[in-house]
Write a protein that binds this ligand. Structure first.
Ligand SMILES: NC(=O)c1ccc[n+]([C@@H]2O[C@H](COP(=O)([O-])OP(=O)(O)OC[C@H]3O[C@@H](n4cnc5c(N)ncnc54)[C@H](OP(=O)(O)O)[C@@H]3O)[C@@H](O)[C@H]2O)c1
Length: 338
């Protein structure tokens, strides 16, 4: 068993993009466990677009990560030693913890993860921790699509977006996905998206007008900026706009412009609602059961983009903002338990 642990610390607030000074990796001796504590060997860590938001000086939806703190992230791992009677060596635990290879917890941040039959640990963690519940809540509870509705999804080839389009299809909707580049647009077609728009190579508004001449009922927004404006331009009367994320603005160092088509909130009588998945934690068992069922039945396709090594976490995180990730981005910190 290791006598030391590596942790990423928040070292310097980024002015724009995350750089090599933003987070630093340090190795420290592991202190002895106290009564009630257990030691976790981390296996996978989720990288999420909101990680950059936690490092900002914005007024955000939860406590930010403060300078000098360990970087926060969703982690799954295996208990390797325990002084807590509720947790035993070999238990799988998951929760919102830190970017570390070994973690000491007492059940406050990490709780037992029941195994899900038929799903690998990587699939269960990658899809059921953040991306799946976010797609399900945002689409079904906020977007409230009806069969036959046209649902437009931005960052559609990403972790959340790849699932939103498929859940919309399961509910009888027509789906249009926006993504950057031919490879991702090809992947969207494989997922069953009815139509795709390559925002890097096509005029998005023109394409959307051609693909949805009667307009869009539900816009599931992950991007913001010009992509959001394009969506707002083609909404149908009484359409619903789900603001899940605004990733194109997370690295901004000053105020961001727009949206310029905000007038369509009136012209098209739109409902716009944002949400944060952490507000729905009490309903996770229900969402995870639903999503795991679709995964086991082969109704939800997905791809995981797994980067090896805790030391590569920062370079991996940058992929989310450059579009370099192909599917749910996560870091493999250690081997899966046998
Ligand atoms: N509200 C919530 O509770 C909640 C929970 C989870 C995630 N989210 C949000 O959901 C969104 C997707 O997150 P994710 O973790 O699933 O990441 P992801 O979609 O797997 O990866 C991010 C993708 O965003 C696209 N992108 C990045 N910068 C862009 C830009 N400037 N313009 C256009 N597209 C850009 C890239 O795809 P392309 O290659 O196609 O450009 C990139 O691959 C984020 O906005 C995130 O904040 C919200």
């Amino acid at each position: 068993m290791s006598s030391s642990a590596r942790h990423w610390y928040f070292n310097q607030r980024p002015a724009g993009d995350i750089d090599d000074q933003t987070l630093v990796l340090r190795e420290e001796p592991l202190p002895p466990l106290k009564d009630g504590e257990f030691l976790v060997r981390a296996v996978y860590m989720s990288l999420d677009a909101t990680n950059r938001v936690w490092l900002s000086d914005w007024d955000i939806y939860m406590e930010p990560v403060h300078l000098g703190d360990r970087m926060r992230g969703f982690v799954v791992g295996e208990v390797v030693k325990s002084l807590n009677s509720n947790y035993a060596a070999g238990d799988l635990v998951a929760g919102l913890s830190s970017w570390s290879d070994y973690i000491i917890d007492n059940g406050a941040a990490m709780q037992k993860l029941p195994p899900i039959p038929g799903l690998s640990l990587a699939d269960a963690f990658g899809i059921l921790t953040v991306a799946g519940p976010t797609a399900l809540v945002g689409l079904m509870e906020i977007g409230k699509p009806k069969p036959g509705d046209t649902v437009l999804v931005t960052a559609a080839a990403g972790a959340v977006g790849m699932l939103v389009g498929q859940i919309a299809k399961i509910h009888g909707c027509r789906t249009i996905g926006i993504a950057g580049g031919a490879e991702k647009c090809g992947w969207l077609r494989e997922l069953g998206y009815d139509a795709v728009v390559d925002y890097k190579n096509e005029n998005v508004v023109e394409r959307l007008r051609a693909l949805a001449p009667d307009g869009v009922d539900v816009l599931f927004e992950n991007v913001g900026g010009e992509v959001l404006d394009a969506g707002l331009t083609v909404m149908k009367d009484f359409g619903r706009v789900v603001i899940c994320g605004l990733i194109s603005t997370y690295n901004a160092s000053g105020p961001v412009p727009g949206p310029y088509m905000f007038r369509n909130v009136i012209m098209r009588r739109l409902t716009i609602q944002g949400f944060v998945i952490l507000d729905y934690l009490d309903r996770y068992p229900e969402y995870q059961m639903q999503l795991a069922g679709w995964m086991q039945q082969g109704k939800l396709k997905y791809r995981l983009h797994v980067v090896d090594g805790l030391e590569n976490a920062v370079d991996a995180l940058k992929l989310l903002y450059s579009g370099g990730n192909q599917g749910k981005l996560m870091v493999r910190i250690g081997d899966e338990p046998r």
